[in-house]
Design a protein around this ligand. Structure first.
Ligand code: 6MZ
Length: 362
């Protein structure tokens, strides 16, 4: 485990509200309990439960959203989530979140995202490479010191970029609002769009206009695809040729063929898939076949809070389950650079971080 924590890693599939520390969630829930908004004893065991079906996961998210959707809390969880990823040497994080309206808190999708960005800027334990409001449009701060193999001799740094999620419960108009917000916030660290939410809710056709609009305006797109059996939707999503897909659990032969012919990278979330029983065991998980076929893939956490995992744990799990050695795991981590939604300047900087770390591999 320690070794997996020590190497640089890239996280491309992490949901903000799924990545909250249990201790923070409990503290916030207790506060709301004292204010009479919720009954703490009813929610405590729900937060601490370990095994969750996909249906239970989405019920938990509804509860988490009640607990977290105010500006101060959004700032706090964003800061903590980034610090947690940085503490295990994630050097580039694409954090995704669903912009939310909460009229009772005077929250708009925009003000929600502004709180997220404020949270990014409040990170204090590491240097965060993230565009600031006060820099010229389009410029990125990349002049902070290079991470020295993450061994503590230099201050760590982490690139943070944001993906705005469209929730499958949303209408076409709401999805479009999210995409327009992403376009307006492009110079502020937003690099793409994600489609997520309960996979048994909503229709692909509802989100397609907004996703097309995003693409026409140059935003990169990742789709939760095949988290439940839905052959028609899977084919339609693959024909859209997104930049990446997440999960890909219920793919049939034709789906694999299409995915491979388009060479679409897959975000693999082992613990999430096993916990929700989207895949019955690691032995039959599609990671093995895709890895053997040298298909582009990246290990991710999905919801490190909800599934009690971390990126190091996911690497450890994959190495043990599929018999991969340190060199192979290091290469797997490094390859993720090629699939992230940033320009070559950033990728080059990340490659140099990995090169430096490679020299210290035993
Ligand atoms: C699909 C998921 C997900 O956006 O409020 N989300 N969507 N499948 C999953 N696999 C388990 N895990 C998380 O983070 C929480 C939201 O992310 C999506 C859901 O829409 C969930 O409400 P944010 O920060």
């Amino acid at each position: 485990m320690e070794w997996f924590a020590s190497i640089p890693k890239v996280e491309l599939h992490a949901h903000l509200n799924g990545s909250i520390r249990d201790s923070t969630l409990l503290e916030l829930a207790k506060d709301l309990g004292e204010k009479g908004v919720i009954v703490f004893s009813d929610v405590e065991h729900v937060i601490l439960k370990n095994d969750r079906s996909l249906t239970e996961v989405f019920k938990l998210f509804d509860l988490i959203h009640i607990i977290t959707t105010d500006h101060a809390t959004v700032k706090r969880i964003t800061k903590e989530v980034i610090e947690d990823f940085a503490s295990e040497n994630v050097v580039y994080l694409e954090l995704r979140t669903t912009p939310k309206r909460n009229d009772s808190k005077g929250m708009t999708k925009r003000s929600y995202m502004e709180a997220v960005m404020e949270g990014v800027r409040n990170v204090s334990t590491v240097d965060v490479v993230f565009p600031h409001n006060n820099v010229d449009a389009g410029s990125h701060i990349i002049s902070v010191p290079v991470n020295d193999m993450c061994n503590g001799t230099a201050r760590k740094k982490i690139y943070v970029r944001l993906l705005l999620s469209i929730d499958r419960r949303e209408s076409t108009a709401a999805a479009m609002e999210t995409v327009k917000l992403a376009l307006e916030m492009r110079d502020l660290g937003v690099v793409g769009i994600d489609l997520s939410g309960n996979p048994v809710v909503g229709e692909w056709i509802t989100f397609l206009p907004a996703l097309k609009f995003a693409r026409e305006h140059g935003l990169d797109i990742t789709l939760h695809c095949g988290e439940v059996p839905n052959p028609k939707e899977i084919q339609a999503m693959l024909d859209f040729i997104p930049q990446r897909v997440g999960h890909a659990c219920y793919f049939g032969e034709d789906d694999w063929k299409k995915l491979k012919s388009y060479n679409i990278p897959v975000e693999i979330c082992l613990t999430s898939n096993i916990t929700t029983a989207s895949v019955s065991s690691l032995d039959v998980h599609h990671f093995a076949d895709l890895y053997k076929a040298k298909h582009p893939l990246v290990l991710c956490t999905d919801d490190s809070g909800v599934f009690s995992t971390s990126l190091s744990k996911e690497y450890n799990l994959a190495a043990a389950a599929y018999g991969l050695g340190k060199r192979e795991m290091f290469e797997l981590a490094r390859n993720a650079i090629e699939f992230l939604f940033e320009n070559d300047e950033v990728k080059q900087d990340l490659r140099s971080i990995f090169d430096l770390a490679a020299k210290k591999l035993d």
